[in-house]
Design a protein around this ligand. Structure first.
Ligand SMILES: Nc1ncnc2c1ncn2[C@@H]1O[C@H](COP(=O)(O)OP(=O)(O)OP(=O)(O)O)[C@@H](O)[C@H]1O
Length: 233
């Protein structure tokens, strides 16, 4: 089953002389369970593509379907609800709330989903254990390393059991060794839980972890290849 299906999608920013077409007539299918990497140079359209798949922005032309739902049919609040239930997000800047502990940060999506506090805490602790941070639950983000913060963000993205996790340049602020360990962790969680991951990077060294490599150039997919688990965790 396709969890993501884009058909003849176009997306542009700006108007008239300042108009930039970020995605050109782009079609793409991602199957449930894939670990897909979108890579390409700065400005190639990676964030635009992930924002459309994540219902954070809308296509100008063409169709975006996520988990069988045509995103164009959803109003703003329906889209937000759909996003919360279906998609987990990991961002390059970690996006943790600085005054909340790791545990409280991971509990946030469950609070939004009105999960009772005791159950939410137990689930958040399990999610932190999944990323190897059960001992760090009480720490604040600025008491943790960059790699640990991104693990907290991954735990938060997964705590709601989403079908799809989108990670836009999740390693951009990490050194190369930590970057590899974060991608390896995502790959392990993909294998163990069957959650579909789509992440973006401009770092070709991370491609070895990806089961699917989608190369973007000037808003077009120029290569699309599948690979056996060369570097699976
Ligand atoms: N809000 C915006 N307004 C105007 N142009 C934009 C906007 N966002 C992106 N663009 C343009 O759209 C194109 C694709 O940008 P996008 O951010 O998707 O690329 P990217 O591959 O994610 O780049 P990076 O690796 O630098 O984050 C670029 O030419 C960019 O300048």
């Amino acid at each position: 089953m396709n969890i993501v299906e884009l058909t003849h999608v176009e997306k542009a920013y700006g108007k008239d002389q300042g108009r930039v077409v970020a995605l050109h007539n782009l079609s793409l299918q991602v199957q449930a369970g894939e670990f897909a990497c979108v890579w390409g140079a700065s400005g190639s359209g990676k964030s635009t593509l992930l924002n459309l798949i994540g219902l954070l922005d809308r296509a100008d032309l063409g169709a975006v379907r996520v988990d069988g739902t045509d995103c164009a049919t959803l109003g703003e609040s329906e889209a937000a609800q759909f996003r919360n239930a279906t998609i987990g997000f990991v961002f390059q800047g970690f996006n943790l709330v600085p005054v909340l502990s790791a545990l409280e940060n991971v509990m946030l999506p469950l609070q939004i989903a009105a999960v009772p506090a005791a159950e939410g805490k137990a689930r958040a602790l399990r999610a932190l254990a999944d990323v190897g941070l059960e001992q760090q639950a009480r720490k604040l983000p600025d008491e943790m390393s960059g790699g640990q913060r991104q693990r907290v963000a991954i735990a938060r993205a997964l705590v709601n059991d989403p079908k799809l996790v989108l990670a836009d340049e999740p390693t951009a602020n990490l050194d190369s060794v930590t970057a590899e360990s974060v991608i390896a962790l995502m790959r392990k969680l993909n294998n163990e839980k069957g959650v579909t991951f789509v992440f973006s990077t401009h770092d070709a060294r991370l491609l070895g972890y990806a089961g699917r490599r989608l190369e973007l150039s000037d808003g077009r997919i120029v290569t699309d290849t599948r690979h056996a688990n060369e570097r699976a965790a």
